[in-house]
Design a protein. Structure first.
Length: 239
């Protein structure tokens, strides 16, 4: 018997049509950015050297116009044709190091969305199993980030795998995020999955709560199809 997977074929056709109509919209993710690497503070895959970061952004600005995540969502949702190439910068985990790159981003007029775990804003709580000497943004520091170039999204109450949580646990985590981050003037109802892990349950919860899901699937965006794709910011060689 030949089983035809019609939804899969439909998705393929949609994807092809998207590529004809739209330039790719890239959403990049970074974690920690510091001058020197401290293995006691960050995992290597979560770290980028400041100068490399600066050169990478300057390089990408030649090809892309950097816009806020909310504006990108509007393009993905409503554009009928898109010839301009847009990019978005996001930063996960709420490491305090992000404060060091904000003046550069301000000078370059590059917006950034920070995906925060509110649990670690108390100045003492630490993510389980992560480097012991890592510094997170504190509540006061986060409250001070009011630039129109900064927006604040959610990354789970704690940095846990959402696919290992029950529907109730994940729902509680998102509710705590909206309660604790929702009062920030730059809050946006977007949720970046930890390690990009999601499933039908997490999707259902975010949909019910009116929150936009943000993945880490290494893909480019063409048109909005239920979530925003992201990939790691590529490391340009510092020549
Ligand atoms: Zn993370």
């Amino acid at each position: 018997m030949i089983v035809t997977n019609l939804p899969a074929i439909g998705r393929k056709i949609n994807k092809r049509a998207d590529r004809l109509r739209f330039q790719p919209l890239e959403v990049f993710v970074i974690h920690a950015v510091t001058d020197t690497y401290n293995p006691e503070a960050y995992l290597r895959e979560d770290w980028m050297q400041t100068e490399i970061f600066v050169q990478t952004i300057k390089r990408l600005k030649r090809d892309y116009t950097f816009i806020p995540l909310t504006e990108a969502y509007g393009h993905l949702k409503h554009d009928w044709l898109r010839r301009r190439r847009y990019a978005v910068l996001t930063c996960d985990d709420g490491f305090a190091s992000v404060q060091g790159i904000l003046p550069f981003l301000e000078s370059e007029k590059v917006p950034i969305t920070l995906f925060i775990n509110p649990r670690y804003l108390d100045g003492k709580s630490r993510r389980e199993g992560y480097a012991p000497s890592v510094e997170y943004l504190t509540e006061a520091q986060l409250a001070g980030l009011t630039s129109h170039l900064v927006s604040i999204g959610m990354h789970g109450y704690e940095h846990l795998d959402a696919t290992k949580q029950s529907e109730e646990e994940f729902g509680r985590s998102v509710t705590l995020c909206t309660e604790m981050l929702g009062k920030h003037p730059r809050y946006i109802p977007y949720f970046a999955y930890t390690w990009g892990r999601n499933n039908a349950t997490t999707e259902r919860v975010l949909k019910r709560m009116g929150v936009v899901p943000v993945l880490c699937d290494g893909a480019s965006n063409y048109h909005y199809r239920g979530a925003i794709s992201r990939r790691l910011l590529p490391e340009e060689e510092n020549k």
